[in-house]
Design a protein around this ligand. Sequence first.
Ligand code: AKG
Length: 360
Amino acid sequence: MRERVIAELRARGASRQKTLVENLRTVGARGLLETAVASARGLLLPFPEAPKPEPRHSGEPILLEAKTAHPVMEREAYSSFSWLDVEGYDAEIDRRRTGGAIDAEEAKLLRAWAVNGYMVLPGCVSSELIDQALADVDAVWRDRKHVVIDVLTDGRRTHVDEVEPAARQAPHKLNDLYLVSHSALRIFLHERIVRMVSLILDDDVVGCNSLTFEYGSMQPAHIDHVYMTPLTPRRLVASWIALQDVQSDAGPLSLWPGSHRLRPYDFGGTYHYSPEKEAQHTRYVAEQAGRFPEFRFMAKKGDVLLWHALLVHGGSPINNKQRTRKSMACHYFGSRETGSSPRERFGPASYLSKPIEDTA
Ligand SMILES: O=C(O)CCC(=O)C(=O)O
């Protein structure tokens, strides 16, 4: 009887997620009567209490309530989730620390990562190495090398040898500088970055692409995972390396800590973006970012920040167009996620010798 009454009320739109008043409005007079009858028989419906949270179990993914009308992934394979994105990560960090697999500093960074979706490695890259990479950027422009460039002011993707030299003075991205600059490669696969990414992914690291900026990107809030979707969803990490001290009017990198726990957007059974749904997705991201405080990374030259595949981030507005904001943003997969793409080894990691096309 109780199940029948509940089923009927549900069929007319009642739900445990609504308040009592909303449910009464939804089910109308007949539903009201049935509820009263059901109550009189001791079958009081469970309105208006909030649903009881399910007990959390070790290994269960940690996700936030969707709170959106946009389509989101409701069911994801447990096996996609990183060990830091499931219940019990704290005890697992302790276990690895006690067993000597990680040191105290790494344990602290991994805990920050699990909660916020990012970690900072202050002073990670030496100033000398950065200056060498910047000299290579100058050489790319001076010698008009055939390096892919995204012109951010008009959305063009072209090459440095095909673009007007003035394009250098406006926001742009040089793609995969590491293919022509050994110094950029040493930054991209810096041993400390590779070490932390391999701990996060629990896998060997494959560098997929590097983007070099001389100005802020002003990119709207976005999530890299939709553009660079690994074979196993979620197995992507990004790094951001300050090639100079960042000034507040130069469009610092913005992050929304904790947003990596949001459910990914559902592009029709896939995590990978489709151009016709991209605007909707951008609206979803902007709506969801509003649930979190914004953090602007006021980095010093050599500081590195790693962010989670699903963390909402972007380039904040540039308030001084003359001000440079030299930086690199790089993306990494685990070794199992790149299929048969050609790779080169570099120390404990490897990198794609022919990078993938879609980038954020
Ligand atoms: O550096 C920035 O302003 C943003 C970089 C970024 O969002 C990305 O590479 O995904």
